[in-house]
Design a protein around this ligand. Structure first.
Ligand SMILES: [Zn+2]
Ligand SMILES: [Zn+2]
Ligand SMILES: [Zn+2]
Length: 264
């Protein structure tokens, strides 16, 4: 039995190995040299993460090719796994949110709908950070013993906070002006979320009523600025104004994917 005994330490970081922190893959793999079998889970995770980041393009391309050649079995297993993945993800999300906000509410407005609650990087730099961890923020926070510098916000408050610290360029002011005109049109001048009625302009977005917003954008080559396109095309039907939170809730309940596959 290729089972390395206990009472040893990780050959990389030196931590004492036990049942809970020892990487099983290495411990049980008889083909590997004895030394390599002494690796802790964290070092193994780091190794895999590094390998993933270094070879990201190739790995993603291979996975894509596999999904295309095995389309049927891929779809089948995906559908079987979605409920479990979703439950696992939501459980972990709840765990992390309750750590940073014991009542699991947005710390600014008190919103409690799990679907719109997110983790906010208090000192900014969220995008960069998410890229560097190569994965999910909830799993990362949990693994790293809940570091400080994070808080729970709803999508609206998260967005408003980001907008308030962002320096407005002339271009973004011009865009905002156009967006205001378009929102004004689709709300008949009331400038409110069509669902909850929130009237903070900065939290309002334009929603494609039937979903598939992203696909529509790609087909019509709209790019990032839907408002300008709507104005140039004489305000077509099929759009409404929602706040970030309501748009998120709508997407979740209708299983809208915005054109992409939604796994959670
Ligand atoms: Zn280690
Ligand atoms: Zn909020
Ligand atoms: Zn709303």
């Amino acid at each position: 039995m290729p089972y390395t005994t206990f009472n040893s330490s990780c050959y990389k970081c030196g931590v004492n190995l036990n049942e809970s922190n020892w990487s099983n893959y290495y411990r049980l793999n008889a083909d590997l040299p004895e030394e390599l079998r002494h690796r802790c889970k964290e070092c193994e995770r780091q190794r895999r993460l590094k390998r993933y980041i270094d070879n990201r393009e190739i790995i993603l391309q291979k996975a894509k090719e596999w999904r295309i050649t095995n389309a049927e079995s891929y779809q089948k297993s995906l559908h079987q796994h979605i409920p479990y993945l979703r439950k696992y993800y939501n459980d972990k999300k709840r765990e992390v949110l309750s750590h940073y906000s014991p009542n699991m509410i947005c710390v600014v407005c008190g919103e409690s709908n799990l679907n719109v609650l997110t983790i906010d990087h208090i000192n900014g730099g969220g995008g960069k950070h998410l890229k560097s961890i190569g994965g999910n923020i909830y799993y990362w926070l949990r693994r790293n013993n809940y570091p400080s510098g994070y808080q729970v916000l709803c999508m609206n408050c998260n967005w408003l906070r980001r907008e308030s610290i962002k320096v407005q360029s002339t271009r973004s002011k011009w865009r905002r002006q156009i967006t205001l005109g378009v929102i004004n049109h689709y709300t008949n001048g009331s400038i409110r979320c069509n669902n909850c009625g929130i009237s903070n302009l900065k939290a309002l977005t334009i929603d494609h009523i039937n979903g598939n917003g992203l696909r529509h954008r790609i087909e019509h080559n709209i790019g990032g600025h839907i408002a300008e396109w709507l104005r140039q095309n004489n305000y077509p039907e099929g759009y409404q104004v929602l706040c970030m939170n309501c748009q998120f809730i709508k997407r979740k309940t209708n299983n809208e994917t915005g054109g992409r596959k939604c796994h959670m």
